[in-house]
Design a protein around this ligand. Structure first.
Ligand code: HSE
Length: 342
């Protein structure tokens, strides 16, 4: 499988690390990933025969800019041209999130679709702003579009619902979908840390978005709620359809009052199938499986037959999210191998 990697930040580097390990395991499961190009803002490295594990390691060691590589560097080439011109089966899009315009990721993704390439992304921006249109465009072009790492990081929250709960009917979804806000609320209530100090610690842990408002004001949770609504409940919604309140106004006093009632306040993304998706801080019982602390994420699927099913795990991290990319690549390979695509 030939792969073009677009974006070489924290997740992009995690992807090359994981795929480098997999190069040596191809005999085990027949999966033979080859990164034929990495495109970043300043240019690209391109080797149509596949960048070797040694080269990928050397690129990581030498650091930025990747296009300075003496053998395969192509300074100045645009990612859109790399996607169009380099032969590959899959584009892995891991550029930074932009929820204003979804660029440049949305152009990368649509370019890949138009040139017949499957897409794996961890980028929430295009999905939050245009998920119904993107899934339709992928179908129209007969390519697979996967985005497991956008919700729950390495925790297979989308697959759990889509595959493990197949046959059941999911009636509603509630989730703690943002590690940063969960960490802040946990630190405030359990350790009496101030909002600002808790936010600074979360930023040091590497979970927080570059722009704190993305986490604190619930935009990140809203993006993930949109993805769940579309993918699991088949609702054609985008970010503007979400009723959203963040955690800025949650005080220590409110957390104390909730604790007296045996509850915790958590930022919850909810979809019930009847009303608009919502994101807001709500009280949930401490005994609920959904009530996880620290940077953990959790989602509860309310099912017709299986009742409540909750999946818990880490919702971010370089290698965890890269693991989700690998999961998606294997899913695409499986689909290609079983000729589910024409
Ligand atoms: N800022 C996000 C979080 C990162 O805290 O969960 C993962 O999407």
């Amino acid at each position: 499988m030939r792969i073009i990697l677009v974006g070489y930040g924290v997740v992009g580097k995690g992807v090359t690390s994981i795929l480098t390990q997999r190069y040596n395991e191809k005999v085990k499961d027949g999966f033979n990933p080859k990164i034929v190009a990495i495109a970043d803002i300043d240019g690209a490295v391109i080797n149509p025969r596949g960048l070797s594990p040694e080269k990928l390691d050397a690129i990581k060691q030498k650091g930025y800019p990747i296009s300075a590589d003496p053998e395969f560097g192509v300074p100045g080439i645009k990612a859109l041209d790399v996607i169009k011109e380099v032969e590959a089966e899959v584009v892995v899009e891991v550029t930074p999130v932009n929820i204003q315009t979804a660029e440049p990721a949305i152009s990368h993704i649509t370019q890949a679709f138009r040139t017949g390439k499957h897409v794996v992304t961890t980028n929430k921006g295009p999905l939050a702003l245009a998920m119904p249109a993107l899934t339709e465009l992928a179908e129209y072009n007969n390519v697979v579009f996967r985005f497991s790492g956008t919700v729950g990081g390495g925790t297979p929250m989308l697959e759990f619902a889509k595959r493990c709960l197949i046959g059941d009917r999911i009636l509603g979804i509630k989730g703690i979908l943002n590690g940063t806000t969960n960490y802040i609320l946990s630190e405030m209530s359990q350790n009496r840390v101030s909002f600002q100090d808790a936010l600074s610690s979360a930023q040091k842990l590497g979970y927080a978005e570059r722009e704190p408002s993305m986490d604190i004001d619930g935009f990140d949770t809203a993006c993930k709620t949109v993805i769940l609504a579309n993918w699991i409940l088949n609702q054609k919604v985008t970010l503007k359809d979400v009723d959203r309140v963040g955690i800025r106004d949650v005080t220590l006093e409110m957390l104390d009052e909730a604790a007296k009632r045996g509850n915790s306040i958590k930022l919850i993304g909810s979809i019930d199938g009847k009303n608009k998706p919502t994101v807001k801080p709500i009280e949930i019982p401490k005994t609920s499986p959904l009530c996880v602390s620290g940077v953990l994420n959790a989602v509860t699927y309310q099912c017709q037959f299986a009742a409540e099913q909750t999946i818990i795990g880490r919702g971010a991290g370089s290698i965890e999210t890269a693991g989700a990319v690998l999961r998606d690549l294997l899913d695409i390979r499986h689909k290609l191998a079983s000729k589910l695509l024409t």
